[in-house]
Write a protein that binds this ligand. Sequence first.
Ligand code: PYC
Length: 317
Amino acid sequence: MSGKLQRISVIDSHTEGEPTRVVMDGVPDIGGGTMRERLSGFVENADFLRAALLGEPRGFEAMVGALLCDSELEECECGVIFFNNAGLLNHCLHGTIGLVKTLEFIGQITAGEHRIETPVGIVTATLNPEGSVTVANVPSYRYRKSVVVDVPGWGEIMGDIAWGGNWFFLIDGFGPELSYDNISMLSDFTLAVMDALSSAGITGENGGRIDHVEVFGPPPDDQSDSRNFVMCPGGQYDRSPCGTGTSAKLACLYDAGKLKPGSIWRQSSILKTVFSGRIEPLEGNRVIPIVTGRAWVNSQSVMIMDQDDPFAFGIAR
Ligand code: PYC
């Protein structure tokens, strides 16, 4: 071997098809404070992880990274900062499920309730005895309903804007048919919607960027109530039903009077994998979404950055 080597340990999993790469150690100091406060330290000192760990030649663009952190909050098992090919994510629920299974894999936790600090708040994750994970998410709500945006090449598209830990534009009844064969067309459509929202200055509350677009269609079978296709920032679609997207959907259904406390909503992904969800009502139209899914650890590795390797930190785009 040549040159100076930097090593970073990771554990990979997938949650209902969507990959998560948890960064265990080997990362520069990003400072202390809340997870929200540490985001600037991540951008300054650890942003290279995105290309190095998620990009080629080591990773692939659909991977979501999760930097495991200590939390300064007494009640929290740990903290986590999520990132993808395009930048930092506010939150990621499939990644939270993957993180919980990773902590179980390394022997840090067993079945039961565990609080995890994310940049948008504390979530309570329950590792269930049979292996699934249930996450009580951050408060979620529908912000605006029936918003119309003119999408070049697609015409006027109507959707709701909702918060589920990320900002979503939720579309039902417009766009290509939801089938696996249509992924390329669904990607074009949802990316065009995202661009059109941004050009029209349509945002979440307080100017929050809508960086996820979610399209709904009929369930593919009797295992779910609906199928979705979710486009994430960075141009990759979610292989899982998207946990923050399912949370946004649950909030919209509740606000529309279509989901009562105690009822279960089963959300299928484009791959036909399913998250099941329910809500606990808060004040007004806010809810705590409670989402259950499965994840499997599928790799544990040490990434090696050799200073003589021209692509040690990924192939710059
Ligand atoms: O499951 O919340 C989620 C998520 C966000 C982006 C990718 N997955």
